[in-house]
Ligand binder design. Sequence first.
Ligand code: ADP
Ligand code: MG
Length: 138
Amino acid sequence: MSQRTFSIIKPDAVKKGYAAAILADIEKAGFKIVSIKKISLSKAQAEGFYHVHAARPFFGELTEFMASGPIFPMVLEKDNAIADLRTLMGATDPAKADEGTLRKKYASSIGENAVHGSDAEETAAFEIGYFFAGLELA
Ligand code: ADP
Ligand code: MG
């Protein structure tokens, strides 16, 4: 059944000029791009997005990084989109990511790992709403 998920091309990948290559891989994997934009987050906006990780030791580093440059947040659609995007992304740590995954191809470290993808239906709904208004999701 068709499902929507939320993804971000993170600041490291945008800085390295990988945005178009990542989008091409996402489309080749069968995802339709429902909506996309380019924005820069403040530290407070990054903290709001990653609030579930507020107690983790890397929270400061993570939110600093996510506010360090422009990102491409996007909403993607396909059958089984949430799980399939996680598979396409690969493991959080690119050193452990499978060959051919986005993180294997484009990420440099566990912190600066090129892409974000929602991990469940509830988080996808929160994350889509954090970045996109209803009118942008037709
Ligand atoms: P994922 O993005 O694969 O769902 P998590 O939800 O566990 O991973 O973590 C969110 C983000 O926090 C990661 O994508 C990564 O940018 C960062 N992160 C996770 N673990 C670490 C770590 N040990 N050190 C630094 N940053 C980390
Ligand atoms: Mg996660």
